[in-house]
Design a binder for this molecule. Structure first.
Ligand SMILES: Cc1cc2nc3c(=O)[nH]c(=O)nc-3n(C[C@H](O)[C@H](O)[C@H](O)COP(=O)(O)OP(=O)(O)OC[C@H]3O[C@@H](n4cnc5c(N)ncnc54)[C@H](O)[C@@H]3O)c2cc1C
Length: 451
């Protein structure tokens, strides 16, 4: 599909990472029973299925399109221990003890993925290069220094990089200082997801693809209805993240935002040496609404994220938005002035699920309290959603799990529409205005003192 704007690059239906698998699993075509029925085959659904299977429980997974069609196959592939809005806010909102528990969860989540890649022999171009939250203007530094100080207090493995250290690492020049998250790095989420899917199929987990769930019937034994058949189970798992409100559940817990990314054409050797970036760290900016950038194994730069959008009624948006495409392309041109001739090959997007307290929501609902969920990763779910499988499995099976204790707590409810729209639009309008001012200041400074 072409973008109806002046922007370069076509708009992809899903992402450059994934395509329908060659061994697409057959759609559900009968009425069946299972111990547990999981709706959604992204990181949450597949990791939960694997953990349950390991615990001797028989799960069935139902996926509307194919595994990875949701955010898990569309993201930017930053594997990060990011948790909460930022570390100072995490400490302020939850106090030292819980903030420390949450930081431990986020750190363990990254380690969980790293172990899984080894255990399941998944080659997904993982680079353990860390991620840097970077300042693009000196006024952003104070917040980053505060973040690093709080990190030391609550056990997060991050440290401040001053201007000299950032230059010594060869990070592209627009990024003037930062906070380095030492654990994690970048990966190819499509290959990672394909590895998880293969592991699930090899473990004998029944996966039904091209099977949209039309209705979930709550009750002593919840039932999933699709056009080809039904699944009745003792328990049900909603592994549908941003798509959950559209299924009629947890409308006050999460709200979807539409996030857009781009990928450039491959860099020539001359362009690559102009950029530098030898450590290949993932980068996101210290804006209120962050920009993200990373190198890929294809020799391209992938980025975006700025300009997320909310649709009235928590509707799921899709497709290109000229304002967002313009915004993220302009930001890329500002940050990588040395790549003025590098074309953007394509854009794409997907939904992220936000919560009011910026933490994932884990719990159970329904008349029989047998509809379980793990949703609301606030755009940082590559590690967290992958780690949620064993946590959710323990939570369902009544086993002790320290991370479940930290996560299965009260989530502040979103107000109904139209108040919700007014709050989200108002908040995002304000944050975008703050960011636009920062970007203007960066441009003015660059004009006055060219790099
Ligand atoms: C553009 C973008 C960039 C991102 N970048 C990063 C990043 O760099 N790092 C990071 O940590 N996180 C990132 N994220 C967030 C991360 O991708 C998500 O938090 C994570 O993938 C959530 O996984 P999930 O399995 O819970 O949900 P999803 O992957 O969204 O899976 C839900 C599944 O449910 C299926 N489904 C929905 N409705 C139905 C239905 N009615 N019937 C059957 N199936 C249904 C969907 O098709 C989908 O496959 C990004 C997200 C987006 C959209």
């Amino acid at each position: 599909m072409d973008t109806p704007t002046g922007n370069t690059g076509e708009f992809l239906d899903v992402s450059p990472w994934v395509a329908a698998p060659r061994d697409l699993q057959p759609a559900l075509s009968a009425d069946i029973r299972a111990d547990v029925v999981i709706v959604g085959a992204g990181f949450t659904g597949l990791s939960t299925a694997l953990a349950l299977k390991r615990a001797g429980v028989n799960p069935v997974v139902i996926e509307r399109e194919f595994a990875g069609h949701g955010a898990s196959g569309r993201n930017a592939g930053h594997l990060t221990p990011t948790i909460g809005k930022d570390l100072p806010t995490l400490l302020m909102m939850f106090g030292k003890q819980r903030a420390t528990q949450l930081v431990r969860f986020a750190d363990d989540a990254v380690r969980h993925v790293e172990d899984l890649l080894v255990e399941q022999r998944i080659d997904c171009d993982y680079a353990a290069c860390g991620n840097i939250m970077a300042a693009v203007h000196p006024k952003q530094e104070a917040r980053l220094r505060r973040s690093a100080a709080v990190a030391a207090e609550i056990g997060a493995r991050v440290r401040f990089l001053d201007h000299r250290e950032v230059r010594d690492r060869g990070v592209p020049p627009a990024f003037i200082s930062g906070v380095l998250e030492e654990s994690g790095g970048t990966l190819d989420p499509g290959k990672y997801l394909a590895g998880l899917r293969r592991a699930a199929l090899d473990a004998g987990i029944k996966l039904y693809e091209r099977t949209p769930v039309h209705e979930i019937v709550d009750g002593a034994r919840p039932c999933v209805r699709t056009s080809g058949g039904t699944v009745k189970a003792d328990r049900l798992v909603l592994a549908t993240n941003a798509y959950t409100p559209a299924l009629g559940f947890l409308r006050h817990t999460v709200y979807p935002l539409y996030d857009t990314l781009f990928e450039t054409a491959p860099l020539t050797p001359a362009q690559m040496s102009a950029v530098g970036w030898p450590g290949k760290e993932g980068i996101y900016t210290a804006h209120e609404s962050l920009e993200s950038y990373r190198l890929t194994a294809r020799g391209t730069i992938l980025g975006g994220s700025k300009g997320v959008r909310y649709a009235y009624g928590s509707a799921l948006e899709s497709g290109p938005n000229p304002w967002t495409l313009g915004l993220i392309e302009r930001a890329f041109r500002d940050r990588f002035a040395e790549l003025a001739d590098l074309p953007i090959a394509h854009f794409w997007g997907g939904p992220i699920a936000m919560t009011l307290h910026f933490l994932p929501a884990l719990g159970h609902t329904g008349a029989g309290r047998n509809i379980y969920y793990a949703i609301g990763y606030n755009g940082h779910g590559v590690a967290a959603a992958s780690a949620m499988g064993p946590i959710l499995a323990d939570f369902m099976l009544g086993r002790k799990n320290e991370h479940a204790d930290a996560l299965a707590r009260f989530v502040p409810p979103m107000p109904p529409e139209p108040l919700r729209w007014l709050i989200v639009e108002g908040m995002m309008g304000l944050l975008n205005a703050v960011d636009a001012r920062t970007d203007r200041q960066v441009r003015d400074a660059t004009r006055a003192y060219p790099r």
